[in-house]
Design a protein around this ligand. Sequence first.
Ligand code: ADP
Length: 217
Amino acid sequence: MINNILEFKEVWKTYGDDRTKITALKGINLELKKNSLNLILGPSGSGKTTLLNLASLLDSPTNGEIIINGQDTSKLSKSGRTKIRRNRIGIVYQRANLFPYLNILENIMLPMISKDINNASKTLNKVGIVETSKFPDEISIEKQQRAALARAMINDPHLIIADEPTGELDKKSTEAVMDLIIKMKNKHTILMLSNNDDLKEYCDELFLIKDGYLQKK
Ligand code: ADP
């Protein structure tokens, strides 16, 4: 049985050539346990986006291994990585990034592999959205972010990565969205990246990132 949904082993990421070299991640080790809520806290420029791009297999490391659900992804082709991303990883960004000319249901179904309309409606209901035929600008920012959570869950991924998921929200909406994210732990492992200290209270595991170094608290 696999207990770690995501593992980084001595992961390094360097941008640029010899002259312009920037080392954004410096020997990162990370283990995310099944059904846990993990927070990586760090200031701007510390390496969070780089880590997100690697964990979501949008980019590959300069050195080291990234293991998802027991599978080493470093030797995979680009299409192999894309397949894992589609099937096993859901991503939520600071802004919901819903398509404005598609209604909420259509937005959620866009990345859905099974295209099962009942399942899509159920997933939206789970995050408290019944206005499935409304367009994004007809619902609140909080509801748009709830819809983005539903979209991230739509293919039942092992791992959900949330990049500053409450960055656009006020305190009340932050609490509502975080309550939902906590509930998502039942079926998913969650990795949140943020520079907001207030999110500490919600997480099971806390990591700090600074200048490309990661430290478990
Ligand atoms: P954060 O998301 O925490 O703000 P980033 O991962 O974006 O941090 O950046 C970490 C470091 O890597 C910064 O010094 C940044 O300038 C650098 N960096 C990020 N992306 C690139 C890139 N595509 N090319 C060159 N340097 C980059």
